[in-house]
Design a protein. Structure first.
Length: 410
């Protein structure tokens, strides 16, 4: 401990020369801490966003044939008939399924009226899509569908447009000329894979009710949630082969049946997020590497200045280990001072960023850039490696000093 205090006093006496090194190390640690903390928060937020975007979902829709098949001409419209829907539901690796009918309707509540996107869906739809229903409400259920109840679940923004600041749960509105009761509100959440407009401006009703009260005959989509997302490509091919004989099209005709692979889109987005975080880490580590070079140069200069002192200590019986450990301790002290201050400043910056008054949507995409224990531990380990690598070369040079030559030079 006494030797460490002596070294600290010597470094303090030489602080004018070393302050730039300490500043560089603090700046590099600050950058690494902020980038790593921001990257981790961003990745965590994007994982949550993807769960609300149908990260296990295949969306099947009809199309039109591009080639003749079994005597039928090309250009024939292919619709999702009941037999095709049943075939989709019973495919292996399909966990959940829901039809989705689409219609446009005029929604009126009191004096307020808006045109909105009305979706006829089944109970599993919310789980497949990752929709979040606000507390106190619910999504459409099996009884609603069996009894063709006139109940509706509103998107959050649509509910505000119709009812203002009032709680819409339990209130009535009209879709066209039909009365409906509001049983749930779908909360607005961050998502990256939407279709046919934002969910917070849609109205969800039981599929059987929409069919009975409108002229909608064919589902626009069938949503399928997979048991094993890694098999998404194989399942898509399997679906096309299974529906080809039911809907009378050639299995090789890609235009006859539309399969939107949300799992593949999720994989691409996840890879982009990981690549972004890796890039941020590389930038932060490069900043620390620059600081490590500065520490090595400073420690090397100190060794050269103390060449005679090192020779005298070795002549008086100092061991090689005692000579080697001194430059390493000097490098460690510089890292503790510079790296420790940079780490504390980085934590303060991340806490400040997390306290910024961002709206819920922006926060949902960016996440909370608060340093986790894992980030702090990783930065601490990296700082230790910087200290070891920065002090290693000067320590080896100090140990190689020939006492006779050093004292003769003096």
């Amino acid at each position: 401990m006494r030797e460490v205090l002596e070294l600290a006093a010597e470094l303090w006496a030489d602080r004018r020369r070393l302050r730039l090194v300490v500043f560089a190390l603090a700046w590099g640690t600050l950058g690494l801490t902020v980038l790593a903390g921001f990257g981790e928060g961003f990745e965590r937020a994007m994982r949550e966003v993807l769960t609300h975007s149908g990260d296990r979902m295949l969306r099947v829709t009809g199309g039109s044939t591009s080639q003749p098949h079994l005597g039928l001409a090309a250009g024939r419209i292919v619709r999702l008939e009941p037999d095709a829907v049943d075939a989709l539901r019973t495919q292996p690796l399909v966990r959940r399924s829901s039809v989705e009918y689409t219609a446009s309707g005029r929604l009126v509540a009191g004096t307020a009226g808006v045109s909105a996107n009305v979706r006829g869906v089944e109970p599993e739809y919310a789980a497949i899509r990752g929709l979040v229903v606000a507390p106190g409400g619910r999504f459409v259920n099996a009884v609603d569908g069996a009894e063709r109840r006139r109940v509706v679940v509103l998107g959050e923004r649509l509910a505000r447009e119709l009812f203002g600041a009032r709680d819409a749960l339990g209130l009535e509105l009209r879709i066209g000329s039909q009365p409906y009761r509001v049983v749930g509100i779908v909360r607005r959440v961050a998502m990256v894979m939407n279709y046919d407009g934002d969910d917070d401006r849609k109205a969800f009703v039981p599929a059987s009710t929409l069919r009975a009260t409108s002229n909608v005959r064919w589902p626009s989509y069938v949503l399928l949630e997979l048991d094993e997302p890694t098999q998404h490509a194989a399942v898509a091919r399997q679906l096309r082969r299974a529906l080809a004989p039911v809907l009378r099209f050639d299995p090789s005709d890609d235009r006859a049946l539309g399969i939107v692979d949300h799992v593949a889109q999720t994989d691409r987005i996840a890879a982009l997020v990981v690549g972004t975080r890796l890039f941020l880490l590389i930038v932060g580590v490069l900043g620390l590497c620059v600081a490590a070079v500065g520490i090595a140069n400073s420690t090397h200069a100190l060794v050269l200045e103390r060449r005679a002192e090192i020779g005298l200590r070795m002549a008086l019986g100092a061991t090689r280990r005692q000579i080697v450990i001194r430059p390493l301790i000097e490098a460690l002290l510089l890292v503790v001072v510079g790296g420790g201050s940079g780490l504390l400043l980085g934590i303060a910056v991340l806490v400040g960023l997390d306290a910024l008054p961002l709206d819920a949507t922006a926060r949902g995409y960016l996440g909370s850039p608060v340093p986790s224990p894992g980030v702090a531990a990783a930065v601490a380990v990296l700082l230790g490696l910087v200290a070891a690598l920065a002090g290693l070369a000067p320590a080896r040079r100090a140990a190689s000093v020939d006492p006779t030559e050093a004292l003769r030079h003096e």
